[in-house]
Design a protein around this ligand. Structure first.
Ligand SMILES: [Zn+2]
Length: 59
């Protein structure tokens, strides 16, 4: 299983995003950030996406 903590991406939020694959975590992270932090997927910078990818851990 893979996971990333929302706070590692830079939000003060204790949400844990998990999934089977990096792509899965990335997709859910984008959804979460949209729903909870009001950043639309198309407004997300490539820096932010790179940060999410970098912080994904394998459990
Ligand atoms: Zn969050």
């Amino acid at each position: 299983m893979k996971q990333v903590l929302c706070e590692q991406v830079g939000f003060s939020c204790d949400y844990v995003i998990d999934g089977e694959t990096d792509e899965d975590v990335m997709r859910k992270a984008i959804e979460h950030i949209w729903e909870y932090h009001a950043i639309k997927p198309e407004e997300m910078t490539s820096d932010m996406k790179a940060k999410i990818k970098e912080k994904i851990q394998t459990l």
